[in-house]
Design a protein around this ligand. Structure first.
Ligand code: GLN
Length: 478
């Protein structure tokens, strides 16, 4: 059973902390107790940082007593996906090849949260290196969906979404390369924001595919997402892809929305074959509610959608084959001790350290990038990527936001897709396009399935740097 200190939103916890009704230590202890109770069933964590969290909470309480300002995230317990480097704390990306990796530094976003006194309670499980849509590709065991443990929590940030849904931490930091924030948020019935490419620093986050990777929150509602974004977004001199675009006051933006000034686009290609009827109905009901509140709704076309999965899986595998080449048994993590020479060390460490999916992607990506095939595969995929980006630009000349399902199907059971990589890749059909175009996308819960009451999510997409608008539109759903 949820005790009343762990199911708080950020705003609620902040008020209690400010009014001195609770301390950061009490909130942290309650969260850790909740983790002890839930974790045996859910397994959302690779590492629970109990000692670290208690120490941090005591420090925050001291700072508050000494008169330090209580910022919105001060004293708020959170989790970070295990892809975020955390100084002196195990960081594995859920891969055996990093099973002993203790980073000497923290990611920029972890430092930013540290500075305001947010409390890191643990590192969450994921598909290794972000490769997957169910968290079944973790080398450290599966994570279960808190709504019903027979079902997957989605992926790759399944641990992050499950932790938020099970009240183990008020929010989670996660990473989205092709849907890894939005799809698990959808499967676990929580809010998840994939930001504009470059809006949040990637420095110190273990790379999957560098031109697609984005960092964002999984949390309980749009208000919380706004507060997190105000803390983590912005230019970082350590990440050359973060432009100097000012960080707006997202929270204010979301208090002042007039839906009658919003035109919602419905991309017809996202409601075609393969979409589960219950998901379709839940999203259409939400759209009807927007209409009733005065929003204009218009059908639009994104004609290159049909090429998105192919283009994404060429670009993502190519980039990951390059990024994963740094794990060579010498510089990071696992190293085979029985190798006979340097080359043998590379071969053995990589053969034993990487799981099956990472190997599959390294092979696909290496092939797509190899001389003779580069033009036919990688280059072609990059050209298609431009067409997909232009589809969105055209659509956003006519409408403010687009509404689509987040996932074509509701949560599925363990093993349902893990033996057929292609059917797993197709789970990302509605999410990869935002990463290819560099635009933001937000998942919010909009319904439940009849059988087993499983969450259904809806995606709101907008032009680059429109995170505030997405949050504002979402906060008006009923
Ligand atoms: N499921 C997608 C993939 O496997 C997206 C993963 C992600 O966003 N990290 O590539």
């Amino acid at each position: 059973m949820t005790n009343n200190l762990t199911n708080l939103t950020i705003t609620q916890a902040h008020t209690l902390l400010k009014e001195k009704k609770i301390s950061a230590l009490e909130l942290t202890q309650a969260t850790l107790a909740r983790v002890k109770e839930q974790e045996p069933t859910i397994h959302a964590f690779v590492t629970v940082t109990e000692e670290h969290a208690l120490q941090q909470a005591k420090q925050v309480d001291k700072d508050i007593a000494a008169g330090k300002e209580i910022k919105p995230l001060t004293g708020i317990p959170y989790t970070a996906k295990d892809a975020f480097c955390t100084k002196d704390i195990l960081t594995t990306a859920s891969s055996n090849i990093l099973k002993n990796f203790i980073p000497p530094y923290s990611a920029t976003v972890i430092n930013k949260l540290d500075e305001v006194g947010a409390i890191l309670i643990g590192k969450t499980n994921q598909d290794a290196f972000g490769h997957g849509s169910s968290t079944e590709n973790s080398d450290f065991g599966i994570t279960r969906n808190p709504i019903n443990p027979d079902y997957v929590p989605g992926g790759s940030s399944g641990g992050a979404a499950a932790a938020v849904a099970a009240d183990m931490g008020i929010f989670a930091l996660a990473e989205d390369t092709g849907g890894s924030i939005r799809q698990p948020a959808s499967f676990c019935g929580v809010t998840g924001l994939k930001v504009t490419y470059g809006r949040v620093s990637r420095y110190g986050v273990i790379a999957y595919a560098s031109s697609l990777d984005t960092i964002g929150p999984i949390c309980k509602n749009a208000e919380d997402a706004a507060l997190i974004m105000e803390t983590i977004a912005g230019h970082d001199p350590l990440d050359g892809t973060t432009p100097n675009v000012p960080v707006p006051n997202y929270y204010n933006e979301l208090q002042n929305t007039d839906l009658s000034k919003i035109t919602i686009g419905i991309p017809k290609e996202y409601y075609a074959e393969g979409l589960d009827p219950e998901v379709k109905q839940a999203v259409e009901t939400a759209i009807e509610q927007y209409k009733e509140q005065g929003a204009k709704v218009k059908e639009v076309s994104l004609p290159h959608t049909k090429y998105a999965i192919a283009a994404y899986y060429l670009i993502a595998t190519s980039e990951t084959s390059s990024n994963l080449s740094r794990y060579d048994g010498i510089r990071y993590g696992y190293s085979d001790q029985n190798a006979e020479n340097l080359i043998d060390t590379y071969f053995k460490s990589r053969a034993q350290g990487f799981g099956a999916e990472a190997k599959r992607r390294i092979m696909l990506g290496t092939y797509a990038l190899s001389a003779g095939y580069y033009d036919a595969y990688y280059k072609k995929a990059m050209q298609v990527r431009t067409l997909i980006k232009q589809d969105f630009e055209k659509a956003f000349e006519e409408v403010d936001v687009l509404i689509t399902p987040t996932s074509p199907v509701p949560p599925f059971k363990f093993g349902a897709k893990s033996h057929d990589p292609l059917s797993m890749y197709l789970m990302d059909i509605y999410t990869v396009t935002a990463n290819l175009a560099g635009i933001p996308g937000l998942n919010i819960p909009v319904g439940k399935t009849k059988v087993d009451n499983l969450p259904i999510g809806m995606q709101i997409l907008g032009p680059q740097f429109s995170e505030g608008k997405l949050l504002a539109v979402s906060s008006n759903t009923v």
